[in-house]
Design a protein around this ligand. Sequence first.
Ligand SMILES: [Zn+2]
Length: 403
Amino acid sequence: MGSEELFKSLFNDYNKYIEPTLSTEFIRHSEMIKCLGALKSKGLFCTEKLGESVEKRDIFSVSFGSGKIKILAWSQIHGDEPTATAALFDLLNFFSGDDQFNNFRKNLLSKITFHFIPMVNPDGAEKYQRENAFNIDLNRDTLRLESPESKILWNYASKIESEFGFNLHDQNSYYTAGRTNKTTAISLLAPPTNYVKSIGYVREKSMQVICKIHEALSNFIPKQIARYNDDFEPRAFGDNFTKKGISSILIESGFYKDNTDKNFVRKLNFIALLSAFYSISEKDFEKVDYTQYFDIPENEELLFDLLLRNLTINYNGKNFTIDIGINREKYLDANTGKFYYKSSIADIGDLSIFYGIEEFDMHGFEVVSEKPIVIEEPADFKLLKNGKVVKEIINGFISSYDS
Ligand SMILES: [Zn+2]
Protein backbone atom coordinates (compact mmCIF):
# COMPACT_ATOMS: atom_id res chain seq x y z
CA MET A 1 0.00 0.00 0.00
CA GLY A 2 1.38 3.44 -0.90
CA SER A 3 1.49 6.01 1.90
CA GLU A 4 -1.33 8.11 0.44
CA GLU A 5 -3.59 5.07 0.29
CA LEU A 6 -2.53 4.05 3.80
CA PHE A 7 -3.44 7.44 5.29
CA LYS A 8 -6.78 7.37 3.45
CA SER A 9 -7.66 3.98 4.96
CA LEU A 10 -6.53 5.14 8.43
CA PHE A 11 -8.74 8.21 7.97
CA ASN A 12 -11.70 6.07 6.94
CA ASP A 13 -11.22 3.55 9.77
CA TYR A 14 -10.42 6.10 12.49
CA ASN A 15 -13.79 5.64 14.24
CA LYS A 16 -12.70 2.18 15.40
CA TYR A 17 -9.98 3.73 17.57
CA ILE A 18 -11.76 6.69 19.17
CA GLU A 19 -11.47 6.57 22.94
CA PRO A 20 -15.17 6.95 23.74
CA THR A 21 -14.74 8.10 27.36
CA LEU A 22 -12.80 11.23 26.40
CA SER A 23 -14.52 14.28 25.01
CA THR A 24 -12.50 16.70 22.91
CA GLU A 25 -14.02 19.67 24.72
CA PHE A 26 -13.06 19.00 28.33
CA ILE A 27 -11.11 16.21 29.98
CA ARG A 28 -10.96 15.78 33.73
CA HIS A 29 -7.76 14.38 35.22
CA SER A 30 -9.75 11.51 36.75
CA GLU A 31 -11.07 10.52 33.29
CA MET A 32 -7.54 10.49 31.88
CA ILE A 33 -6.33 8.37 34.83
CA LYS A 34 -9.15 5.87 34.18
CA CYS A 35 -8.01 5.52 30.56
CA LEU A 36 -4.44 4.95 31.72
CA GLY A 37 -5.68 2.24 34.09
CA ALA A 38 -7.46 0.48 31.23
CA LEU A 39 -4.16 0.23 29.34
CA LYS A 40 -2.71 -2.19 31.91
CA SER A 41 -4.74 -5.13 30.62
CA LYS A 42 -3.45 -4.56 27.10
CA GLY A 43 0.11 -5.72 27.81
CA LEU A 44 1.71 -3.44 25.25
CA PHE A 45 2.05 -0.36 27.44
CA CYS A 46 4.24 0.56 30.37
CA THR A 47 2.86 3.43 32.49
CA GLU A 48 5.08 5.28 34.94
CA LYS A 49 4.20 7.97 37.47
CA LEU A 50 6.62 10.83 36.82
CA GLY A 51 5.52 13.07 39.67
CA GLU A 52 2.73 15.32 40.87
CA SER A 53 1.33 18.69 39.93
CA VAL A 54 1.09 21.61 42.40
CA GLU A 55 -2.31 20.33 43.55
CA LYS A 56 -0.96 16.78 43.81
CA ARG A 57 -2.45 15.29 40.67
CA ASP A 58 -0.37 12.48 39.19
CA ILE A 59 1.46 13.01 35.93
CA PHE A 60 2.18 9.83 33.99
CA SER A 61 4.11 8.68 30.97
CA VAL A 62 3.03 5.82 28.72
CA SER A 63 5.84 3.99 26.89
CA PHE A 64 5.56 1.32 24.23
CA GLY A 65 7.42 -0.11 21.24
CA SER A 66 10.95 -1.45 21.13
CA GLY A 67 12.66 0.46 18.34
CA LYS A 68 15.93 2.38 18.39
CA ILE A 69 14.35 5.71 17.45
CA LYS A 70 12.85 7.47 20.46
CA ILE A 71 9.85 9.74 20.18
CA LEU A 72 8.40 11.87 22.96
CA ALA A 73 4.93 13.42 22.65
CA TRP A 74 3.28 15.56 25.31
CA SER A 75 -0.12 17.21 25.43
CA GLN A 76 -2.08 19.78 27.41
CA ILE A 77 0.79 21.76 28.89
CA HIS A 78 -1.94 24.39 28.55
CA GLY A 79 -4.89 23.13 30.58
CA ASP A 80 -7.63 24.41 28.28
CA GLU A 81 -6.16 22.65 25.20
CA PRO A 82 -7.41 19.05 25.48
CA THR A 83 -7.83 18.00 21.83
CA ALA A 84 -4.49 16.21 21.51
CA THR A 85 -4.86 14.41 24.86
CA ALA A 86 -7.91 12.69 23.40
CA ALA A 87 -6.00 12.00 20.16
CA LEU A 88 -3.11 10.40 22.08
CA PHE A 89 -5.53 7.92 23.63
CA ASP A 90 -7.02 7.22 20.18
CA LEU A 91 -3.48 6.41 19.07
CA LEU A 92 -2.96 4.09 22.05
CA ASN A 93 -6.16 2.28 21.02
CA PHE A 94 -4.80 2.08 17.50
CA PHE A 95 -1.47 0.61 18.60
CA SER A 96 -3.15 -2.06 20.70
CA GLY A 97 -5.53 -3.00 17.86
CA ASP A 98 -5.48 -6.18 15.84
CA ASP A 99 -6.72 -5.73 12.26
CA GLN A 100 -5.69 -5.05 8.67
CA PHE A 101 -3.13 -2.47 9.89
CA ASN A 102 -1.09 -5.09 11.79
CA ASN A 103 1.91 -4.87 9.46
CA PHE A 104 1.92 -1.10 9.69
CA ARG A 105 1.71 -0.95 13.48
CA LYS A 106 4.22 -3.79 13.99
CA ASN A 107 6.67 -2.01 11.74
CA LEU A 108 6.30 1.22 13.75
CA LEU A 109 6.61 -0.62 17.08
CA SER A 110 9.77 -2.41 15.97
CA LYS A 111 11.51 0.74 14.76
CA ILE A 112 10.34 3.29 17.35
CA THR A 113 10.04 3.49 21.13
CA PHE A 114 7.22 5.89 22.00
CA HIS A 115 6.88 7.95 25.17
CA PHE A 116 3.64 9.89 25.64
CA ILE A 117 2.88 12.30 28.47
CA PRO A 118 -0.83 13.04 28.18
CA MET A 119 -1.88 16.08 30.23
CA VAL A 120 1.28 17.80 31.51
CA ASN A 121 -0.90 20.39 33.29
CA PRO A 122 -3.68 18.49 35.10
CA ASP A 123 -4.50 21.37 37.51
CA GLY A 124 -5.10 23.73 34.58
CA ALA A 125 -7.08 21.01 32.81
CA GLU A 126 -9.39 20.64 35.81
CA LYS A 127 -10.12 24.40 35.83
CA TYR A 128 -10.12 24.65 32.03
CA GLN A 129 -7.43 27.34 32.16
CA ARG A 130 -4.20 27.77 30.24
CA GLU A 131 -1.95 28.19 33.27
CA ASN A 132 -1.11 25.88 36.17
CA ALA A 133 -2.49 26.14 39.75
CA PHE A 134 -0.44 29.23 40.64
CA ASN A 135 -1.30 30.81 37.30
CA ILE A 136 1.93 30.54 35.41
CA ASP A 137 2.21 29.53 31.77
CA LEU A 138 4.24 26.30 31.89
CA ASN A 139 5.39 26.83 28.32
CA ARG A 140 7.24 29.95 29.51
CA ASP A 141 8.89 28.17 32.45
CA THR A 142 11.60 26.15 30.73
CA LEU A 143 14.49 28.38 31.89
CA ARG A 144 13.47 28.60 35.54
CA LEU A 145 11.65 25.28 35.87
CA GLU A 146 9.83 26.83 38.82
CA SER A 147 6.75 24.61 38.65
CA PRO A 148 6.78 20.85 39.33
CA GLU A 149 4.99 20.17 36.01
CA SER A 150 7.75 21.86 33.97
CA LYS A 151 10.44 20.01 35.94
CA ILE A 152 8.71 16.69 35.22
CA LEU A 153 8.61 17.31 31.47
CA TRP A 154 12.17 18.64 31.30
CA ASN A 155 13.66 15.86 33.44
CA TYR A 156 11.84 13.12 31.56
CA ALA A 157 12.97 14.45 28.18
CA SER A 158 16.54 14.68 29.51
CA LYS A 159 16.36 11.12 30.79
CA ILE A 160 15.07 9.46 27.65
CA GLU A 161 17.02 11.67 25.19
CA SER A 162 14.47 11.29 22.43
CA GLU A 163 15.34 12.16 18.85
CA PHE A 164 11.95 13.78 18.20
CA GLY A 165 9.53 15.73 20.39
CA PHE A 166 5.87 16.40 19.55
CA ASN A 167 4.48 19.41 21.38
CA LEU A 168 0.68 19.27 21.18
CA HIS A 169 -1.58 22.29 21.63
CA ASP A 170 -4.87 23.94 20.64
CA GLN A 171 -4.90 27.38 19.03
CA ASN A 172 -7.88 29.73 18.98
CA SER A 173 -10.31 29.74 16.09
CA TYR A 174 -9.29 33.16 14.70
CA TYR A 175 -6.47 31.98 12.46
CA THR A 176 -6.54 31.47 8.71
CA ALA A 177 -4.09 29.55 6.55
CA GLY A 178 -2.54 32.51 4.72
CA ARG A 179 -4.51 35.61 3.74
CA THR A 180 -7.72 33.77 2.98
CA ASN A 181 -11.01 33.23 4.81
CA LYS A 182 -10.19 29.52 5.30
CA THR A 183 -9.70 28.67 8.97
CA THR A 184 -6.49 26.97 10.04
CA ALA A 185 -7.45 23.43 11.02
CA ILE A 186 -3.89 22.42 11.89
CA SER A 187 -0.81 24.58 12.25
CA LEU A 188 2.75 23.31 12.45
CA LEU A 189 6.04 24.73 13.67
CA ALA A 190 9.69 23.76 13.74
CA PRO A 191 10.78 26.03 16.62
CA PRO A 192 14.03 27.99 16.24
CA THR A 193 16.91 28.07 18.71
CA ASN A 194 17.78 31.77 18.50
CA TYR A 195 16.42 35.17 17.50
CA VAL A 196 17.90 35.01 13.99
CA LYS A 197 16.03 31.72 13.47
CA SER A 198 19.02 29.86 12.11
CA ILE A 199 18.45 26.42 10.65
CA GLY A 200 20.78 23.73 11.95
CA TYR A 201 20.55 19.98 11.50
CA VAL A 202 18.12 19.43 14.40
CA ARG A 203 15.62 22.05 13.24
CA GLU A 204 16.00 21.01 9.62
CA LYS A 205 14.78 17.50 10.55
CA SER A 206 11.70 19.01 12.24
CA MET A 207 10.97 20.97 9.06
CA GLN A 208 11.34 17.87 6.90
CA VAL A 209 8.95 15.85 9.07
CA ILE A 210 6.49 18.77 9.01
CA CYS A 211 6.58 18.70 5.19
CA LYS A 212 5.58 15.02 5.35
CA ILE A 213 2.73 15.78 7.78
CA HIS A 214 1.62 18.59 5.47
CA GLU A 215 1.64 16.21 2.51
CA ALA A 216 -0.47 13.63 4.37
CA LEU A 217 -3.00 16.14 5.72
CA SER A 218 -3.37 17.86 2.34
CA ASN A 219 -5.42 14.84 1.24
CA PHE A 220 -8.11 15.80 3.75
CA ILE A 221 -7.84 19.53 4.47
CA PRO A 222 -6.18 21.21 1.49
CA LYS A 223 -5.60 24.95 2.15
CA GLN A 224 -6.38 24.62 5.86
CA ILE A 225 -2.88 23.84 7.11
CA ALA A 226 -0.67 26.71 8.26
CA ARG A 227 2.83 27.41 9.47
CA TYR A 228 2.83 28.74 13.03
CA ASN A 229 4.74 31.94 13.82
CA ASP A 230 8.41 31.03 14.22
CA ASP A 231 9.60 33.87 16.44
CA PHE A 232 12.10 32.60 18.99
CA GLU A 233 10.68 32.15 22.50
CA PRO A 234 13.64 31.53 24.83
CA ARG A 235 11.35 30.34 27.66
CA ALA A 236 9.39 27.70 25.71
CA PHE A 237 9.89 23.94 25.66
CA GLY A 238 9.97 23.43 21.89
CA ASP A 239 12.72 26.03 21.40
CA ASN A 240 14.80 24.65 24.28
CA PHE A 241 14.33 21.02 23.31
CA THR A 242 15.52 21.87 19.79
CA LYS A 243 18.59 23.51 21.35
CA LYS A 244 19.13 20.32 23.31
CA GLY A 245 19.14 18.20 20.15
CA ILE A 246 15.51 17.02 20.14
CA SER A 247 13.89 17.74 16.75
CA SER A 248 10.70 19.38 18.01
CA ILE A 249 7.44 19.67 16.17
CA LEU A 250 4.58 21.81 17.36
CA ILE A 251 1.11 20.73 16.28
CA GLU A 252 -1.70 23.16 17.02
CA SER A 253 -5.29 21.99 16.75
CA GLY A 254 -7.19 24.81 15.15
CA PHE A 255 -10.74 25.27 13.99
CA TYR A 256 -12.71 23.55 11.29
CA LYS A 257 -15.97 25.20 10.33
CA ASP A 258 -19.13 23.63 11.76
CA ASN A 259 -17.05 21.33 13.96
CA THR A 260 -17.38 23.11 17.30
CA ASP A 261 -16.72 19.93 19.33
CA LYS A 262 -13.35 19.61 17.53
CA ASN A 263 -13.74 15.87 16.92
CA PHE A 264 -12.69 16.32 13.31
CA VAL A 265 -9.53 18.18 14.37
CA ARG A 266 -8.86 15.36 16.86
CA LYS A 267 -8.99 12.96 13.94
CA LEU A 268 -6.55 15.19 12.03
CA ASN A 269 -4.14 14.94 14.98
CA PHE A 270 -4.37 11.16 14.76
CA ILE A 271 -3.46 11.26 11.05
CA ALA A 272 -0.78 13.96 11.51
CA LEU A 273 1.00 11.97 14.20
CA LEU A 274 0.76 8.61 12.41
CA SER A 275 2.06 10.17 9.19
CA ALA A 276 4.99 11.67 11.12
CA PHE A 277 5.73 8.35 12.84
CA TYR A 278 5.58 6.56 9.51
CA SER A 279 7.92 9.00 7.84
CA ILE A 280 10.36 8.78 10.79
CA SER A 281 10.26 4.97 10.77
CA GLU A 282 10.92 4.87 7.01
CA LYS A 283 13.38 7.80 7.19
CA ASP A 284 11.75 9.13 4.02
CA PHE A 285 11.58 12.65 5.50
CA GLU A 286 15.35 12.78 4.89
CA LYS A 287 14.67 13.06 1.15
CA VAL A 288 12.54 16.20 1.59
CA ASP A 289 13.96 19.60 0.66
CA TYR A 290 13.41 21.40 3.99
CA THR A 291 12.85 24.76 2.24
CA GLN A 292 9.41 23.45 1.21
CA TYR A 293 8.48 24.17 4.83
CA PHE A 294 8.38 27.87 3.90
CA ASP A 295 5.81 27.17 1.16
CA ILE A 296 3.23 26.30 3.84
CA PRO A 297 1.08 29.45 4.24
CA GLU A 298 1.52 31.40 7.45
CA ASN A 299 -0.97 31.29 10.28
CA GLU A 300 -2.69 34.70 10.03
CA GLU A 301 -5.02 36.08 12.69
CA LEU A 302 -7.74 37.35 10.37
CA LEU A 303 -10.99 36.04 11.80
CA PHE A 304 -13.68 37.04 14.23
CA ASP A 305 -16.43 34.77 15.45
CA LEU A 306 -18.89 37.30 14.07
CA LEU A 307 -18.19 40.14 11.66
CA LEU A 308 -20.87 42.75 10.99
CA ARG A 309 -19.95 44.83 7.95
CA ASN A 310 -21.05 48.28 6.82
CA LEU A 311 -23.06 49.39 9.84
CA THR A 312 -23.99 53.00 10.42
CA ILE A 313 -23.25 54.72 13.68
CA ASN A 314 -24.49 58.18 14.55
CA TYR A 315 -22.31 60.51 16.58
CA ASN A 316 -23.29 64.13 17.34
CA GLY A 317 -25.79 64.08 14.50
CA LYS A 318 -23.38 62.73 11.89
CA ASN A 319 -23.38 59.25 10.34
CA PHE A 320 -20.26 57.09 10.00
CA THR A 321 -19.71 53.64 8.46
CA ILE A 322 -18.12 51.02 10.68
CA ASP A 323 -17.60 47.26 10.84
CA ILE A 324 -17.76 45.44 14.17
CA GLY A 325 -15.82 42.25 14.98
CA ILE A 326 -17.15 40.18 17.87
CA ASN A 327 -15.46 37.23 19.55
CA ARG A 328 -17.01 34.66 21.84
CA GLU A 329 -15.06 33.06 24.68
CA LYS A 330 -15.76 29.79 26.38
CA TYR A 331 -15.72 29.56 30.19
CA LEU A 332 -16.18 26.71 32.63
CA ASP A 333 -18.68 27.28 35.43
CA ALA A 334 -16.84 25.65 38.34
CA ASN A 335 -20.08 25.00 40.24
CA THR A 336 -22.07 23.27 37.53
CA GLY A 337 -19.16 21.89 35.45
CA LYS A 338 -20.90 23.34 32.39
CA PHE A 339 -19.53 25.69 29.77
CA TYR A 340 -20.95 29.09 28.97
CA TYR A 341 -19.99 31.76 26.47
CA LYS A 342 -19.39 35.49 26.73
CA SER A 343 -18.97 37.68 23.72
CA SER A 344 -17.22 40.99 23.50
CA ILE A 345 -16.32 43.52 20.83
CA ALA A 346 -12.83 42.71 19.57
CA ASP A 347 -12.44 45.52 17.04
CA ILE A 348 -14.32 48.39 15.41
CA GLY A 349 -13.64 50.41 12.26
CA ASP A 350 -12.56 49.41 8.78
CA LEU A 351 -12.32 45.63 9.15
CA SER A 352 -12.40 44.99 5.41
CA ILE A 353 -9.16 42.98 5.54
CA PHE A 354 -10.70 40.52 8.04
CA TYR A 355 -13.24 37.73 7.82
CA GLY A 356 -15.94 36.34 10.09
CA ILE A 357 -16.62 32.71 10.88
CA GLU A 358 -20.14 34.13 10.64
CA GLU A 359 -20.48 37.39 8.77
CA PHE A 360 -23.29 39.66 7.64
CA ASP A 361 -23.50 42.69 5.40
CA MET A 362 -25.45 45.11 7.62
CA HIS A 363 -25.81 47.92 5.07
CA GLY A 364 -28.80 50.02 6.05
CA PHE A 365 -28.63 49.04 9.72
CA GLU A 366 -27.82 51.51 12.47
CA VAL A 367 -26.06 50.65 15.73
CA VAL A 368 -27.64 52.00 18.90
CA SER A 369 -26.24 51.57 22.35
CA GLU A 370 -26.85 53.22 25.69
CA LYS A 371 -23.09 53.28 26.35
CA PRO A 372 -20.38 54.24 23.89
CA ILE A 373 -19.26 51.14 21.98
CA VAL A 374 -15.88 50.13 23.34
CA ILE A 375 -13.45 47.34 22.39
CA GLU A 376 -13.41 44.48 24.90
CA GLU A 377 -16.79 45.49 26.29
CA PRO A 378 -19.71 43.04 26.22
CA ALA A 379 -21.45 43.15 22.89
CA ASP A 380 -24.83 44.45 23.97
CA PHE A 381 -26.01 46.93 21.39
CA LYS A 382 -29.15 47.02 19.27
CA LEU A 383 -29.55 47.36 15.54
CA LEU A 384 -32.14 49.61 13.95
CA LYS A 385 -33.51 49.59 10.44
CA ASN A 386 -35.93 52.33 9.35
CA GLY A 387 -36.17 53.42 12.98
CA LYS A 388 -37.28 49.98 14.14
CA VAL A 389 -35.30 47.65 16.41
CA VAL A 390 -34.62 44.52 14.43
CA LYS A 391 -31.75 42.72 16.06
CA GLU A 392 -30.07 42.60 19.41
CA ILE A 393 -26.75 41.19 20.52
CA ILE A 394 -27.27 39.44 23.80
CA ASN A 395 -24.17 37.99 25.39
CA GLY A 396 -23.79 35.67 22.47
CA PHE A 397 -24.76 36.15 18.91
CA ILE A 398 -27.44 37.94 17.02
CA SER A 399 -30.95 37.04 17.96
CA SER A 400 -33.46 38.37 15.57
CA TYR A 401 -36.82 39.12 17.09
CA ASP A 402 -38.56 41.81 15.12
CA SER A 403 -37.59 41.97 11.50
ZN1 LIG B 1 -0.94 25.96 23.98
